[in-house]
Design a protein around this ligand. Structure first.
Ligand SMILES: NC(=O)c1ccc[n+]([C@@H]2O[C@H](COP(=O)([O-])OP(=O)(O)OC[C@H]3O[C@@H](n4cnc5c(N)ncnc54)[C@H](OP(=O)(O)O)[C@@H]3O)[C@@H](O)[C@H]2O)c1
Length: 361
């Protein structure tokens, strides 16, 4: 038997833990034991945009023999260990990293095998984005040598941070004097602020909630930190690029009303305020442009090549991980009750930005 967590796609607070029998492993497949993996707001956003971008399709319960209409599986990033193998070239005991369902174990069909990893060629996944279908053999990839515990929490987010910083610098900050990050306490925002700060040629401001202000300030990644109810304290004459991790229509409307045409670019990255109304097209100021990390990866891979990309990313990733000991404490639990409580905290906006939550059920 294996346990898996299902979420009602039209009411994320409604979850079900179901147990299913494990069928004999098919030819060409591997079975993996899942975890530890990380939970952050990014995973809630995968569900919030699940229909639009297709995140529900990766681990669609029906494709794994689980029938519960209206329910889906929230994807997470983390590690898994191969426990059974009917696939030549992948042996039992191998540790992998990639996109996972919240479950105890599941089966994958490795294709396009290289010494560094494989793609899951399971039928229902072949039409989905390859970035999310790729799995890394962590012992063979030098980028997993350090900070192994931190990687599930920060790796998928920091890659996005690095790419946003790269885009803004590549465009000479669209002529702006400052970058203003919304949901400044989020890990994706902090990674972006960290990268921007290293450049030293642009002011970095953050917008966050009152309860997360002190934490955000204490990281030292921002020149200034404001709260959602002090937006009008900012100087409206400063030419500004917005990086929006919050996706909160009300907050964004106030930001536009305040800066008007001085918003020169709005990089729409996330929706950590997942249940708020989405931002509307502004009367004045540059309209939002959606940022999808895999698209930017493609552009940079073409220009830098795989090795160049890895080298440029590592130059910022490793020192960023070093900073984490000052602002992030990791907690790992194998208890379903802890998982359900933390999941609810993320839904309600009560999870601590100072914690990295790891699970294995
Ligand atoms: N487009 C892409 O390719 C891409 C890639 C990576 C991440 N992202 C997005 O970036 C966003 C941040 O993700 P993350 O994993 O870095 O977040 P995180 O570290 O888990 O962020 C936590 C912060 O988000 C805010 N928050 C979380 N849940 C909330 C709720 N229910 N109500 C109100 N505020 C809430 C709070 O920040 P404040 O108090 O500061 O608002 C909280 O401190 C997500 O929407 C994610 O999907 C997008």
């Amino acid at each position: 038997m294996t346990q898996t967590l299902l979420v009602n796609k039209s009411d994320f607070a409604d979850v079900a833990l179901v147990s299913t029998d494990e069928a004999p492993l098919a030819d060409g497949f591997i079975r993996v034991s899942v975890g530890p993996w990380a939970l952050t707001s990014n995973n809630i956003t995968y569900m919030a945009v699940g229909e639009q971008i297709g995140y529900w399709k990766f681990f669609e319960p029906k494709a794994y023999g689980i029938n519960m209409d209206g329910f889906g599986r929230m994807p997470v990033w983390g590690y898994a260990e191969v426990t059974e193998s009917n696939c030549e070239g992948v042996s039992v005991g191998t540790m992998i990293y990639g996109f996972l369902p919240i479950t105890q174990s599941f089966d994958m069909k490795p294709v396009k095998l290289t010494p560094l990893g494989f793609q899951d060629g399971n039928d229902h996944r072949t039409a989905l984005h390859p970035v999310y279908n790729g799995y890394t053999f962590i012992e063979n990839d030098p980028s997993f040598a350090a900070h192994r515990d931190l990687q599930p929490v920060l790796r998928p987010l920091f890659t996005t941070s690095f790419l946003i910083d790269d885009l803004l610098a590549d465009e000479s900050f669209f002529g702006a004097e400052q970058v203003l990050l919304l949901s400044a306490s989020s890990k994706t925002a902090m990674g972006t602020a960290y990268c921007l700060k290293q450049r030293g040629n642009i002011k970095v401001a953050g917008l966050t909630s009152e309860g997360n202000k002190a934490f955000t300030q204490d990281t030292g990644f921002y020149d200034d930190v404001y709260t959602y109810d002090t937006i009008t304290d900012m100087n409206p004459d400063v030419k500004t690029v917005v990086v929006d991790m919050a996706g909160n229509g009300k907050v964004m409307a106030t930001v536009y009303e305040h800066f008007e045409e001085n918003i020169l670019y709005n990089c729409m990255v996330g929706k950590s305020h997942w249940d708020g109304a989405p931002p509307r097209t502004p009367k004045l100021g540059a309209p939002p442009v959606m940022f999808f990390a895999p698209d930017r990866v493609k552009i940079r891979m073409k220009k830098w090549g795989g090795e160049g990309f890895a080298k440029n990313l590592a130059a910022l990733w490793l020192p960023f991980c070093e900073t984490a000991k000052d602002w992030l404490s990791l907690e790992e639990s194998h208890e379903v009750t802890d998982l359900l409580k933390t999941y609810k905290d993320f839904l309600d906006g009560n999870a601590s930005p100072a914690k990295g939550y790891l699970f294995k059920i």
